[in-house]
Design a protein around this ligand. Structure first.
Ligand SMILES: NC(=O)c1ccc[n+]([C@@H]2O[C@H](COP(=O)([O-])OP(=O)(O)OC[C@H]3O[C@@H](n4cnc5c(N)ncnc54)[C@H](OP(=O)(O)O)[C@@H]3O)[C@@H](O)[C@H]2O)c1
Length: 271
């Protein structure tokens, strides 16, 4: 399964009843990729929702892509020997494997050990692709030096207020797929009120959200978005009938102020 062009995130869902209609709607709107993490407490809901979707719509599991993560406390408790946690996650997801498994945050302790365990899980077929989240290129370079294990995918916070130019260029040059989480920056007011975005949205008769998601696609990055509204799923995938010329891509990129929702020193001390 290749990484699809846009992925549905499951952060902040409190029940299967809340998640299932969104998962179904995402699939009906052409989304095949779903993102979760132990810390979202949605692995079980996502597993049940996808299994319900597969049986009701006659879909094979291998038509869907599931991304999961290993959290800092799991790295710490197991001293990097995280295989049992991952197998437990796979069971919660009602699957036989995880398509993409990320280290959620590069906590310095047991990072190399965890990454080595990822390589072994991939070799054994428990996970198809391995990835690093919330990393900068120095983390990747250090891990490569220490372990020689290449990531397949990188997932970082990225949106027009934080474009991560150098890191994205470095990751792409290395051949890694780059995913953007919080891709519309939770529709920060500075984006809603941006003259640049409003003008471009007006020109293409699109919403600001659609323009931002298209900017990710046009800069070669896969957005991982979240919504609790079914109508917004349809809105957020309706971005494949237009594209932004380089001048507009650059104008949007110029909104960068290196603003981050998830402050690194708080989320991952020692990063
Ligand atoms: N690796 C990590 O550390 C990490 C961290 C955070 C998130 N993630 C992943 O990324 C996913 C998305 O992250 P996120 O929720 O922080 O960011 P987001 O997708 O940028 O923001 C979601 C919020 O923006 C609104 N929204 C979405 N599309 C919109 C549009 N077109 N117009 C206006 N508002 C829109 C949604 O509101 P409505 O519900 O009203 O539509 C929702 O409140 C998560 O679910 C998770 O899977 C990963």
């Amino acid at each position: 399964m290749q990484i699809p062009p846009i992925i549905f995130g499951t952060f902040q869902y409190g029940s299967l009843d809340e998640l299932y209609p969104m998962v179904r709607s995402a699939y009906e709107n052409g989304i095949a990729g779903f993102d979760t993490s132990p810390s979202y407490n949605t692995e079980e809901f996502l597993g049940s929702a996808l299994s319900k979707l597969c049986s009701s719509a006659g879909i094979q599991r291998d038509r869907l892509l599931i991304q999961d993560k290993v959290d800092g406390w799991q790295m710490e408790e197991s001293k990097g020997r995280i295989a049992n946690y991952v197998k437990h996650s796979i069971a919660k997801l009602q699957s036989k494997y995880i398509d993409v498994l990320f280290i959620h945050w590069p906590f310095p302790e047991y990072l190399a050990e965890t990454w080595q365990a990822f390589a072994e899980l991939k070799k054994a077929g428990w996970v198809k692709k391995i990835g690093l989240s919330n990393v900068r290129h120095r983390h990747v370079e250090n891990l490569l030096k220490e372990t020689g294990v290449m990531p397949d995918v990188i997932q970082i916070e990225r949106h027009p207020l934080r474009i991560c130019k150098e890191d994205v260029e470095y990751f792409k040059k290395k051949g890694f797929i780059v995913e953007a989480y919080s891709p519309v920056c939770r529709m920060d007011e500075r984006l809603v009120e941006s003259e640049v975005l409003n003008k471009i949205a007006h020109k293409y008769n699109k919403t600001i959200g659609q323009v931002i998601l298209r900017w990710h696609i046009d800069t070669g990055v896969v957005p991982v978005f979240m919504t609790k509204k079914e109508s917004r799923v349809a809105e957020n995938v309706n971005i494949f009938d237009f594209s932004l010329p380089i001048e507009e891509v650059e104008k949007i990129s110029s909104l960068d102020i290196n603003y981050k929702i998830f402050v690194e020193s708080v989320c991952c001390p020692g990063i």
